[in-house]
Write a protein that binds this ligand. Structure first.
Ligand code: HEC
Ligand code: HEC
Length: 305
């Protein structure tokens, strides 16, 4: 059988098989996308077979033309061929297209799923902020509790006690005893511009307790257990070189340098994490927003009450 006749029969067979398998989507006039796809499939079959035929014929019948290059390997020579001009033009067009694509095309101008995601997140954040503009104390606590169960309990435990020392015990942290401990022993691990907090060696443990009472009463959402110590604590807090020099008279600290005692949880969460003997507390900056951190701060001070 002649090669061309075989090719035509092959095209007919492939087209028939195609129509047999997916012919029901070829429904003229109903859905032009399906129609175009079918026509495209048939065209691809015809073109593929006839182009293959052309080259098979060429391999069978062509004789060599042109000039042999000087090199030959074990008698196998090579013809000197010009770059086909179509190929050369395509090559240059591809380079131009690539430059266009990198600079003007896709990255800066086109739709991207990541861009759309970011936009939707921003929109959602705005909604969140609008809804919880001025939450009252009870709302903050409830929000803090739900956030805590999702974000913090894997390390700190559902009871916030730190799973036997795996993470800080937040039932006691931030309360008087923990602050006394900080005052007498200092604090480190946040890597702030202010450096570590040195132990306040000038204070006796009794004075430290008074300062802690003042800090809790004045700066946290909780009330102190030692209201009779608050006045003495206030004086000590603001005394020369004690606390106010770094944490401020108002307890607001200096962002990135000295943590705010008025919102210590946010100071910890928004920092690049906190290194301690029992491990590293990861940063929540960018993962929780300001309101959510405030909510956690409120919640933590209700623990152990
Ligand atoms: C991957 C585990 C992990 C997660 C999740 C985690 N923490 Fe911690 N956290 C730690 C570790 C470990 C410490 C101990 C650091 C230390 O001893 O001061 C710590 C310490 C703390 C401290 C005390 C920091 C200080 O100055 O001593 C606070 C407050 C705290 N976490 C709050 C939270 C809150 C709120 C969340 C949830 C938003 C949270 N943590 C999520 C591991 C974690
Ligand atoms: C020299 C500046 C300086 C002085 C003075 C100072 N602090 Fe601090 N304080 C810091 C810094 C810095 C940190 C954060 C250290 C870290 O965690 O890396 C800190 C952390 C704290 C913390 C949080 C500890 C924790 O577990 O996360 C408390 C509470 C605190 N200070 C209370 C006080 C009190 C009360 C006084 C006064 C008796 C005081 N500080 C004096 C610089 C100071």
């Amino acid at each position: 059988m002649n090669l061309n006749t075989g090719g035509i029969l092959f095209v007919i067979a492939l087209m028939a098989a195609t129509i047999l398998v997916v012919g029901d989507s070829f429904s003229l006039g109903e859905d032009y996308i399906n129609d175009l796809t079918m026509l495209g499939a048939l065209a691809v079959i015809a073109i593929t077979v006839f182009v293959s035929l052309k080259y098979i014929n060429q391999i069978k019948n062509d004789t060599a033309t042109g000039e042999l290059s000087d090199e030959n390997w074990d008698g196998i020579g090579e013809y000197k061929n010009e770059i086909p001009s179509g190929w050369g033009i395509m090559y240059i067009i591809t380079i131009v297209w690539m430059m266009w694509y990198w600079t003007i095309g896709y990255p800066t101008n086109a739709f991207s799923q990541i861009g759309q995601w970011n936009e939707e997140v921003l929109e959602y954040n705005a909604k969140f902020e609008e809804k919880w503009k001025n939450p009252d104390a009870a709302t903050l606590e409830a929000m803090g509790q739900s956030l805590f169960l999702v974000q913090c309990s894997p390390c700190h435990g559902v009871d916030a006690e730190g799973i036997g020392g795996k993470a800080q015990n937040l039932v006691t942290w931030g309360k008087e005893d923990s602050i006394v401990n900080t005052i007498l022993n200092g604090a480190s691990g946040m890597g702030l511009a202010g450096g570590d907090m040195p132990p306040m060696a000038q204070l006796t443990p009794a004075q430290a307790k008074a300062v802690a009472a003042y800090v809790v009463e004045e700066f946290t959402p909780a009330a102190t257990k030692y209201p009779n110590l608050v006045a003495e604590g206030k004086e000590l807090y603001n005394g020369m070189g004690t606390c106010s020099g770094c944490h401020g008279v108002d307890g607001n600290g200096v962002a990135g340098t000295f943590p705010a005692l008025t919102d210590l949880t946010t100071a910890v969460l928004a920092n690049n994490g906190k290194k301690a003997s029992i491990g590293i507390m990861p940063s929540f900056s960018g993962r929780l927003n300001e309101t959510q951190m405030k909510a956690l701060n409120s919640y933590i001070y209700t623990l152990g009450e």
